[in-house]
Design a protein around this ligand. Sequence first.
Ligand code: 4AZ
Length: 253
Amino acid sequence: IVGGTVATVESHPWVAAIFWRSKSKEKVFRCGGSLISACWVLTAAHCFPDGKRRRFYVILGKNVMNETDPTVEQTFRVEQIILHDGFDNSEGNYDNDIALLKLRARGGRCSEESDSVRTVCLPPPLQSLQDGVGCEIAGYGKERQGLWYKSRLLMEARVNLLADAVCRQTDFYGNLISENMFCAGVPDWSRDACEGDSGGPLVCEVGSRLFLFGVISWGDGCAKENRPGVYTRVTNYNGWIEEKTGLSAIAAG
Ligand code: 4AZ
């Protein structure tokens, strides 16, 4: 997150940190995600380059990246990775950049609710938001473009939803923005998601409740003028999520 402030996982308890196992069997941070039910994390499809059979892990309740706090963290092996069939990155095109991870239960249970671990609601399929509305992003990604290291702490920032018509202007992203994406940024371009934040949440308040409206997906660099962050439009995927997990947005929301 660029231009953000330090957050606690207690204030974003659905944030998931996704790791893969390196050749030296260490957990290497890969992407963010959001806990949508006890056993399921919603994230970005581009976090999982195909052709590699790697072991993935999800850690919930994580405040500090290179420290483990077993009293609050919950760690799971990933049992199943479901990429959206329509995810197509053939030309660097991130349409349908959405994936589901199933956590492997231990003793018949996946995640357990605590101050640090909690599910986020999916918005109802027809819920739309007005342009300019402020939403929250969170992640462990880079605090500036070009840094070689990611953030040690969970960071958060507020960004505003941008009208599609603006984001599709030729001096913005033009026709790279599909109907499955939306853009968000701030007028002075000081706040944005960045490398390492992808897969993580963009949540917006509706009727004093927070809903997961976006999955951090891509952007041309970070916090650059006329280059807002691009998010997967979660409300286009209620049916897909329901089909793959058996969760209903109505029941979950
Ligand atoms: C990335 O590489 C990435 N500024 C994520 C978000 C943005 C840029 C890059 C948005 O994961």
